[in-house]
Design a protein around this ligand. Structure first.
Ligand SMILES: [Zn+2]
Length: 73
């Protein structure tokens, strides 16, 4: 393979990679802009839609904002 062919080939690869990245960005942009961490009730796995709500609307289980902290059961 000659040098010019190699350059042409690598440029094509870069263009393809750029196109793929562009498509991925487009698909990401189609989703909601703010990525919220979905919180679920530890007892019944009910999804907590509101970030300000500290309890499960289904079973009333309290949900702590900081999961890492140790809580007495
Ligand atoms: Zn629950």
């Amino acid at each position: 393979m000659e040098f010019e062919e190699l350059v042409c080939y690598s440029q094509t690869v870069i263009l393809v990679l750029l196109a793929i990245g562009y498509i991925i960005n487009l698909r990401k942009g189609g989703n909601e802009p703010s990525q919220k961490v979905e919180r679920k009730c530890p007892s019944c796995s009910y999804r907590i839609p509101d970030d300000n709500v500290n309890y499960c609307a289904k079973c009333g289980e309290l949900i702590s904002h900081s999961v890492g902290l140790s809580m007495e059961k």
